[in-house]
Design a protein around this ligand. Structure first.
Ligand SMILES: Nc1ncnc2c1ncn2[C@@H]1O[C@H](COP(=O)(O)OP(=O)(O)OP(=O)(O)O)[C@@H](O)[C@H]1O
Ligand SMILES: [Mg+2]
Length: 162
């Protein structure tokens, strides 16, 4: 796990933007954290990094927004989701590798959670927020390494990048 301090909103955006600059179709970013943790703010940064001109608003009612950019971004928000009925909503298509995908409230994906992904958990900190990043799979590990190149120096990469 790599922890990154985000002292203010601009830092959350910047982390998203740096990640967006690196993202390619088929990359999955799973965002977790309480109400107001900064998930949408981070996706706004992702969109900037992907050269997406449209504003990013939370797709709370639509569940999914598709945005055109250098790479298309599929932005999901599962907050309103009740029950494990994602299959009736076409969840399989959400994870087709034709776009970069960012999911708010990703803990609600259940069995639809993609095997390989970069998970970013946002939590309140004394000042601002702390992001905790966990990469699963080779591609996600490469993204995390590029985002936080100093984090792997102590064995398994615990801590660092703060
Ligand atoms: N690092 C930070 N430090 C302080 N405030 C922040 C930080 N990052 C984001 N915020 C602020 O937190 C508030 C909530 O942000 P945001 O809407 O992105 O959260 P969210 O996790 O998407 O919320 P929801 O659960 O409702 O979808 C916003 O006012 C945003 O500016
Ligand atoms: Mg949100």
């Amino acid at each position: 796990m790599v922890n990154i301090e985000l002292p203010d909103e601009a830092a959350t955006r910047r982390l998203g933007e740096r990640l967006g600059q690196l993202m390619a179709p088929g990359d999955f970013v799973l965002l977790t954290g309480d109400l107001g943790a900064g998930k949408t703010t981070l996706v706004q940064g992702l969109a900037r990094g992907l050269d997406i001109p449209d504003p990013v608003v939370s797709p709370t009612f639509a569940l999914v927004h598709e945005l055109a950019g250098r790479v298309p971004l599929r932005h999901l928000d599962l907050y309103r989701l009740t029950g494990p009925d994602l299959e009736h909503l076409g969840a399989e298509e959400w994870f087709e590798p034709d776009a970069a995908v960012a999911v708010e409230w990703a803990e609600r994906l259940g069995p639809f959670r993609p095997a390989e992904h970069l998970e970013i958990h946002l939590a309140s900190a004394a000042t601002g927020r702390q992001a905790s990043l966990v990469a699963t799979g080779e591609r996600a590990r490469a993204l995390l390494q590029a985002l936080a190149p100093d984090a792997g120096r102590h064995g398994d990469g615990d801590g660092g990048a703060t």
